[in-house]
Write a new protein. Structure first.
Length: 203
């Protein structure tokens, strides 16, 4: 399971052995950032590109460069009530964060899942089910962000597994964690990436 630690003043860095190389993810309560996910992302990009924020050019929605350099990195951001997530990588990525769903929300979301993911979510009950449903949903959203389609694609077409480890043998991989950002707020965060695209993609 992933852990988080406070890097400096810009939130919490997600560390996990399953994350792909040269990838950095920060999740943070919204009150800790001046302007939310964009603020977090620019801070990450400044470190990753070794450039001041004023020199960063963010080509929305997913690539950043500097005004004078040739290096580029891929980006993804996510916002939910009470928390934000930002990610940078040498490869295309998608990140999503959601608060643990209520029982009623979980009941509604599970109907949108691929049949195998729906079955996996149905094998547990109570808060464990709510966490699993939330994790599966963030994995779906992360994959759809990676693909650049968003919810124009039927989520039931995307099998992601219940997490948190990646599904083996899949070109698109996802990894997830459940994190408590405060005494009362718990979130699932997921990252998706294309394992066929490595560091050479940025050159």
């Amino acid at each position: 399971m992933a852990t988080v630690r406070a890097p400096a003043a810009d939130g919490f860095r997600w560390t996990d052995r399953w994350l792909p190389p040269h990838t950095h993810v920060v999740i943070c309560p919204t009150e800790e950032t001046a302007s939310g996910a964009v603020d977090l992302l620019l801070s990450l990009l400044s470190r990753e590109l070794a450039a001041p924020i004023k020199d960063i050019v963010w080509h929305r929605p997913s690539i950043a460069t500097t005004r004078t350099g040739t290096a580029r990195v891929f980006t993804s951001i996510s916002r939910t009530e009470g928390a934000v997530a930002a990610a940078v990588s040498c490869r295309p990525i998608g990140v999503d964060i959601e608060a643990t769903q209520t029982e009623e929300q979980s009941h509604d979301l599970i109907t949108l899942f691929h049949p195998r993911d729906r079955a996996a979510a149905g094998r547990v009950a109570g808060i464990a089910r709510q966490r699993r449903v939330t994790m599966i949903w963030t994995r779906i959203e992360a994959v759809l962000k990676l693909r650049g389609t968003g919810l124009r694609i039927d989520p039931a077409q995307v099998r992601v597994g219940p997490g948190p480890q990646p599904l083996r043998g899949r070109r698109i991989r996802t990894v997830s964690a459940v994190e408590a950002l405060s005494a009362t707020a718990e979130y699932s965060v997921s990252l998706a990436w294309d394992r066929g695209c490595g560091a050479s993609c940025t050159s």
